[in-house]
Ligand binder design. Structure first.
Ligand SMILES: [Zn+2]
Length: 298
């Protein structure tokens, strides 16, 4: 599939008629689980060391990885079987910091081990070295991604409005205020360890310098829905609270998707739940035009 192709060309033909469904609608209990999130989750592989007692009561130490990071905990991969409720100590091998955690539940089985959800015993500990803004600030957010300050290397989940998302889409970096530097600085995606190209200052355009509002914000996005392959495509438009996109797949109106806006090909993506509000076939393009709204955390 060529995602570039989906957002160019012919005028869309909007049709209100319903489209035969290719995906089963979400069950309510599943979407309920997705909506109960209390913190953003950053999709990022991080090397960790885990020690504790396994299901048999045997002490163990294992070098492995976390694959989802949040202010409150993580999803980790482990070969050892663990009991829900048991305590382990996780060391972040990237930063050296460690913290006691509680095993919440087993999330699934992978080829490299079991996936466990764990929560920090002390939510005040910053085990991942990532700043997470309060979820309440996510209202009216158009896009979110893990970015870091190039000056001080401070990493944060950054909420962007439409203009910031547009600047980021055009330049792959953002000029924004850094609370550590106490001034405006350049922010790039991912953690500072990831290799980066130096930025020519003359290339930088701040959000205030934009002359006229643009209607379309094309961002690379990634969509996940249980039972379907992950889909990476470009948005037609991104606004506070939602986005529109075209793709050959049909996501049923009313169903829940997990979506990363923007989607970084390196890492640090934040998947949030969104509800498909419309799905209209564009006959001339053989694709379906979708609108989706972000679901705010409760
Ligand atoms: Zn800084």
């Amino acid at each position: 599939m060529n995602p570039e192709k989906l957002t160019t060309g012919a005028q869309e033909q909007r049709e209100e008629s319903s489209v035969p469904s290719t995906r089963p609608p979400e069950k309510e209990d599943l979407s309920e689980g997705l909506l109960k999130r209390r913190a953003d989750r950053v999709s990022m592989e991080t090397p960790i060391a885990v020690r504790g007692q396994d299901l048999e009561g045997e002490a163990f130490g294992e070098q492995t990885k976390a694959i989802l990071l949040s202010r409150l905990g993580a999803a980790i991969v482990l070969k050892r079987a663990l009991a829900p409720g048991s305590q382990i100590v996780i060391r972040n091998l990237a930063t050296g910091s460690e913290a006691p955690c509680r095993v919440v539940n087993q999330l699934g089985v992978r080829s490299d081990g079991c996936l466990y959800g764990v929560s920090l015993l002390d939510p005040g500990v910053n085990l991942w070295g990532i700043g997470f803004p309060p979820l309440a600030k996510a209202r009216n957010t158009a896009a979110r991604l893990l970015l870091h300050c190039e000056a001080c290397r401070n990493a944060e989940v950054v909420y962007m409005d439409e203009m910031e998302a547009e600047v980021f889409a055009a330049h792959s970096f953002l000029s924004r205020f850094c609370s550590q530097c106490q001034r405006r600085s350049l922010w790039r995606d991912g953690l500072p360890e990831t290799p980066f190209k130096p930025i020519a200052i003359s290339d930088v355009r701040t959000t205030n310098e934009r002359l006229q509002p643009r209607v379309q914000v094309r961002l690379r996005v990634c969509i996940r829905q249980p039972g379907a392959a992950e889909e990476v495509l470009f948005s037609d438009n991104v606004s506070r609270g939602g986005l529109s996109f075209k793709c050959p797949s049909h996501y049923i109106a009313g169903s829940i998707i997990q979506i990363a806006v923007p989607f970084s090909l390196s890492s640090g993506n934040v998947f949030v739940p969104a509800r498909i509000v419309y799905a209209r076939p564009v006959r001339t393009e053989g694709s379906i035009h979708h609108g989706a709204t972000y679901i705010q955390a409760k």
